[in-house]
Design a protein around this ligand. Structure first.
Ligand SMILES: *Cc1c(COP(=O)(O)O)cnc(C)c1O
Length: 396
């Protein structure tokens, strides 16, 4: 069967929750993907900011295979060495003290929300702590994570949690005005991804940190997309000189193995006690071995250095497009997490690029998102530009 026949078969059995391309991907190699029909794609999506190390990395795959042969799963009633090492790595990276491993980003956000609510409960004896979240944020699709996601259209049909208040990102006065006696946490992405590639302004994030300290409110930073080196430092908040009380991680943390984590400072983490939270798969030896290997390979390949070098080049090239073509309004983002805003919906541009062998994603209706593997080189950026510019030139 070819891609077309498989996509027809898929339409019979998959729930209609995505607008998918009629492309069936079969294998990957480095920064390239290949579909069933043998067509090659340069990948500037990385499975939505996941494949930091690129596809089919032999060292990574070998480590996974070794762990499969040793022990795939235990239960959280026992310890396993890969999980302990993974949590040690995460505490070193985040500056936080304790970690809970999950299977996804959404679950990490769920955990962070539960931690905030439980902390409030311990202080006040009621479970109605309020959380301030940001407009245009994205934190996931489960009931809790969806409740703090800023897009009204995603939330409306589902009857989400009460006690969530939304404020404008990068607007300190608005955030401060939403604080009440009941506020227990403020949650935001350090760089908004889905919402349009907006980095937090340094002034905003620093002032929110101070506000949280004064009012004894938890600052939860969602670094599921912008963390793990994507912006040129392991955590994006390192560039702001602040630390959150709680952080959420996923995506590149597993580089293709479904993992996530939330981490917290000691005095915050202690709110959760046996019986409060759990997961069958979370932190199983296989998933944890993946995390350990990711950290090891980040160092070995000097991923951060690469991100800093090539992202300056990517910014320069995208800025050039914004200057040269009227339909391109602005380039935004940080590191290898960039967006190009157009004066029109980008769906067709993305589709035409895809046909020409370039994978990108949108972030909202008018923004093309560039979140390539973190091991990408300048020559791949040149190749991407060749395809994208020809599509844009035809558009202009
Ligand atoms: C992708 C994403 C999530 C959800 O993660 P999943 O692994 O899809 O559950 C949450 N927050 C941010 C910022 C994300 O980019």
């Amino acid at each position: 069967m070819d891609s077309k026949q498989w996509s027809e078969a898929a339409d019979q059995v998959l729930m209609h929750t995505y607008g998918r391309f009629p492309v069936v991907l079969e294998r990957g190699e480095g920064v390239y993907l290949y579909d069933l029909d043998g067509k090659k794609y340069l990948d500037f999506g990385a499975g939505i900011a996941v494949f930091a190390l690129g596809y089919n990395n032999k060292e990574y795959n070998d480590a996974l295979k070794m762990q499969i042969d040793k022990l795939l799963h235990t239960s959280n009633y026992f310890y396993n060495v890969p999980a302990i090492r993974a949590c040690e790595k995460i505490t070193q990276m985040t500056g936080l003290d304790r970690v809970f491993l999950t299977n996804s980003g959404t679950e990490a956000v769920e955990g962070a929300i539960k931690l905030a609510r439980k902390s409030y409960y311990l202080k006040h004896g009621t479970a109605d702590g309020e959380i301030i979240a940001m407009n245009h944020s994205f934190h996931g699709r489960s009931m809790g994570a969806l409740s703090v996601t800023g897009t009204q259209k995603y939330r409306e049909p589902f009857g989400t949690l009460s006690g969530i208040v939304f404020a404008d990102y990068n607007n300190y006065e608005d955030v401060a005005s939403k604080i009440t006696e009941k506020t227990c946490a403020i949650i935001m992405e350090t760089v908004q991804g889905e919402g349009g590639l907006y980095p937090a302004s340094p002034e905003f994030l620093k002032k929110v940190r101070t506000l949280c300290d004064e009012k004894e409110i938890l600052l939860i930073l969602d670094e599921i997309q912008c963390g793990m080196g994507r912006t040129g430092t392991m955590m994006a908040y390192e560039q702001y000189g602040i630390e959150p009380d709680v952080v959420t991680l996923a995506k590149a943390l597993g580089c293709g193995v479904p993992v996530g984590a939330f981490a917290a400072k000691e005095d915050v983490a202690k709110a959760l006690v046996p019986g409060d939270h759990g997961s069958t798969y979370g932190g199983n030896p296989f998933a944890a071995a993946a995390i350990c290997k990711v950290f090891e390979l980040f160092e070995k390949y000097q991923v951060l250095e690469n991100v800093r070098q090539v992202s300056a080049y990517l910014e320069e090239k995208l800025d050039m497009l914004a200057k040269k073509y009227q339909c391109v309004k602005e380039r935004r983002g940080r590191g290898l997490m960039q967006g190009l805003e157009f004066d029109r919906p980008v769906k067709e541009i993305i589709k035409k690029s895809m046909n020409a062998g370039l994978i990108t994603f949108s972030a909202g209706e008018r923004i093309i998102r560039f979140v390539p593997p973190l091991v990408i080189k300048k020559e791949h950026i040149d190749e991407m530009m060749g395809i994208l510019e020809s599509v844009i030139a035809a558009e202009n």
